[in-house]
Design a protein around this ligand. Structure first.
Ligand SMILES: Cc1cc2nc3c(=O)[nH]c(=O)nc-3n(C[C@H](O)[C@H](O)[C@H](O)COP(=O)(O)OP(=O)(O)OC[C@H]3O[C@@H](n4cnc5c(N)ncnc54)[C@H](O)[C@@H]3O)c2cc1C
Length: 423
């Protein structure tokens, strides 16, 4: 087997350690073995040889999840050696790419080919499989999460065999779109795209109540609408948000919403202050640094305004030192069995705690509020779900568990966190 427990990573003190940690540094694991396959054959052999030795198997993407979804004490793999576009079908506007391809790498190819992803999230550094399998989303009332564009994938099974998932296997397709690697290691994915488009983005600042007044109209009228509510002047620096004071009507710098709208445009690329028009994938990403631990829950769209009002009140009244912005976005419902957006058009509300501080009472209080609105958490962001909660809030949870047990009866693709939720 092409793995070694002597293959150590080197920490910032120059000490070799057999551990992996995520991007923000709040999750880590000691691995029995690690590997970076460079081909599908190698990947299949690695998985088979590991399970024959009784090792559990997990693949990591770019480590941008805040939850322990990518951890294992068994064989831990990165698919960073399996990257690149494998096929483009211009007639159907579809792309097949290796699972380790980053979104950024993918969209560079799509731009050159006159194609675009239908929607994207706030960053593009995640691996394709890593991002899609946790239900990563952008914003847009009528736009699904990124995994809702998956029309096929290849899943490596515990014995090293490959299952091909496509529209002829609808149950598997719906179950695997958001599946956190529980149905197999993804070696490649095929995505539905759209023709290339440019986006025109505008950012400005509104008082919270005016933002609420405009909410329905902005959501209906624009392809993308989202905002960051910033309780203090310092809040927007926590997320590197632009200083839009110049465009604010009231000039207020506290208790304000930084509103963003984006629409498809034919205008030639230009960039003015707080306005931008460019190829889709050049507009979507924003900048973050690893200084926050995030929770994000999806609530039915009808409860969006009440939910954000309640979380804002909690922050202003009970947790005044919780200053990271609330991010507020929209995602259309989909058919992914354990997608947070399963058959539910949703608004997502996210908050963050500061690394090094005890933010758990705050996040627990936000959890309680959002639960009361029927929330489902983002699998890659902090949450408090139990296995019973999963059963209660996902109508197809038991179907998903049955599918997982059928494909992986011995639970090689589980870890402690996922066992609690999906055994
Ligand atoms: C700065 C920042 C910005 C973010 N912005 C957004 C956003 O705008 N919208 C949003 O919804 N989320 C966002 N997220 C969350 C992020 O998109 C998800 O957590 C995503 O899953 C991370 O992708 P990754 O490649 O880092 O995967 P990882 O975190 O490394 O892994 C995620 C899951 O994928 C599994 N996996 C990875 N590769 C494979 C494979 N080949 N086969 C099977 N399973 C695999 C892992 O085992 C794990 O279960 C953000 C996170 C950060 C830190």
């Amino acid at each position: 087997m092409n793995t070694s427990s002597h293959n150590m990573s080197i920490n910032e003190f120059g000490i070799e350690q057999p551990h992996w940690r995520n991007w923000v540094g709040n999750q880590s694991c000691i691995r029995a073995a690690r590997a970076a396959p460079e081909s599908e054959d190698q990947l299949c052999n690695l998985v088979r040889e590991a399970t024959e030795k009784g090792l559990n198997v997990r693949a990591a993407g770019s480590g941008h999840s805040f939850t322990p979804v990518a951890l294992t004490s068994g064989l831990h793999m990165t698919l960073s050696g399996m990257r690149g576009v494998r096929h483009i079908d211009h007639d159907k506007r579809r792309v097949t790419a290796a699972a380790g391809t980053t979104i950024n790498e993918l969209v560079k190819v799509l731009k050159a080919e006159g194609l675009s992803m239908i929607n994207q999230g706030d960053i593009d550094s995640q691996a394709l499989a890593g991002a899609l399998t946790t239900g990563t989303h952008g914003t847009g009332l009528t736009l699904g999460n990124m995994a809702s564009a998956v029309v096929g994938m290849k899943l490596v099974q515990p014995n090293g065999d490959i299952i091909v998932v496509d529209e002829s296997t609808p149950d598997l397709l719906e179950a695997s779109r958001v599946s956190m690697g529980l149905l197999g290691v993804i070696s490649e994915m095929t995505l539905q795209l759209s023709d290339s488009y440019n986006l025109y983005e505008r950012i400005w600042r509104e008082d919270f109540e005016s933002a609420m007044d405009m909410h329905d109209e902005l959501a209906d009228k624009h392809r993308h609408f989202s905002f960051f509510w910033c309780p203090t002047e310092a809040s927007r620096h926590c997320y590197c948000l632009p200083d839009t004071a110049a465009t604010s009507k009231s000039g207020r710098t506290t208790d304000v919403c930084e509103i963003k709208i984006m629409d498809i445009t034919d205008r030639a690329p230009f960039k003015a202050e707080f306005e931008k028009a460019a190829y889709s994938a050049d507009v979507y990403p924003i900048e973050y640094v690893p200084n926050f631990h995030e929770l994000e829950y999806a609530v039915p769209v009808a409860h969006g305004k009440d939910a954000v009002r309640a979380v804002r009140k909690l922050m202003l009244e009970d947790f005044r030192d919780a200053i990271y912005p609330i991010e507020y976005r929209f995602t259309a419902g989909d058919d992914g069995w354990i997608s947070p957006f399963y058959e539910q058009d949703s608004v997502t509300v996210s908050v963050s705690g500061e690394p090094g501080k005890d933010y758990w009472d705050y996040l627990r209080a936000v959890d309680q509020i959002l639960r009361s609105f029927g929330a489902r958490p983002h699998w890659g962001k902090l949450h408090f779900l139990t296995g019973q909660d999963v059963t209660d809030i996902y109508p197809r949870a038991q179907d998903f568990r049955a599918m997982r047990r059928k494909l992986d009866p011995q639970g090689f693709f589980l870890n402690d966190h996922l066992t609690q939720l999906f055994r």
